[in-house]
Design a protein around this ligand. Structure first.
Ligand code: DGT
Length: 199
């Protein structure tokens, strides 16, 4: 019988990536205080990749404690621009501010992923994408915001790369899935390694 798989996430993007891969799973949102965990880690000078992995572990572990007989996947994406961390914008105005700050520069999407079983993290990984955004004119920024719409408020970078967001970029380094929020190639390898899915 296939092992029970749970995605500890409320993210539509992560859910779509898992479903697209043909995995049978359920979703349970992880009830953790991400900002508090992030603040504690940053106070210890944790680097963005480490923050992303620790948050992914915390999400997976929290849900695994509720569902000990399932394999639980947690993931977290930390956007770093230099030493500054960005979070999902709370308004279209803030989304515009984020894009203006990132335009003409390279930011990183640090995507952590973890698997927990019986309340313990048994596997974790990090995947990082470098996103080089082109310089954006004020008129194009407004065109983009109007075109992309409020869906971008669900995305840490205020863009959906699989949608109009691609128009913001001149170069990316890293894999597409990492950008969308779940490093599928790494995760699937982990699930096979653990015997959770067929190899
Ligand atoms: N559709 C789409 N979503 C993206 C893209 N880049 C980032 N995201 C989304 C994936 C995640 O839902 C979100 C990253 O924020 P978090 O890692 O804090 O996850 P979130 O709070 O959304 O869900 P979770 O903590 O897993 O319940 O940004 C993109 O290019 N396209």
């Amino acid at each position: 019988m296939a092992a029970k798989l749970i995605l500890a996430s409320k993210s539509a993007s992560r859910r779509a990536l898992m479903a697209g891969a043909g995995l049978a799973f359920e979703t349970v949102a992880a009830d953790i205080d991400e900002r508090a965990t992030e603040a504690r880690l940053s106070a210890c000078n944790a680097r963005p990749p480490e923050v992303a992995v620790e948050l992914a572990k915390a999400k997976a572990q929290a849900v695994s404690e509720q569902y000990p007989d399932a394999y639980v996947i947690g993931s977290d994406q930390v956007l770093s621009l230099g030493t500054e961390l960005f979070h999902k914008p709370l308004s279209m105005g803030e989304a515009g501010d984020h894009i203006r700050a990132m335009a003409g520069k390279t930011h990183h999407l640090n995507c952590g992923v973890a698997i927990a079983f019986r309340g313990e993290v048994i596997w974790s990984a990090i995947s990082i994408a470098a996103m080089t955004m082109r310089t954006i004119s004020p008129s194009f920024l407004q065109t983009y915001l109007d075109m992309a719409g409020p869906d971008i408020l669900q995305s840490v970078g205020a863009y959906q790369f699989e949608g109009p967001g691609v128009q913001l970029f001149e170069k990316i380094e890293g894999d597409y899935f990492t950008i969308l929020g779940l490093p599928m190639l790494t995760l699937l390898a982990g699930l096979r390694e653990l015997g959770v899915i067929d190899a």
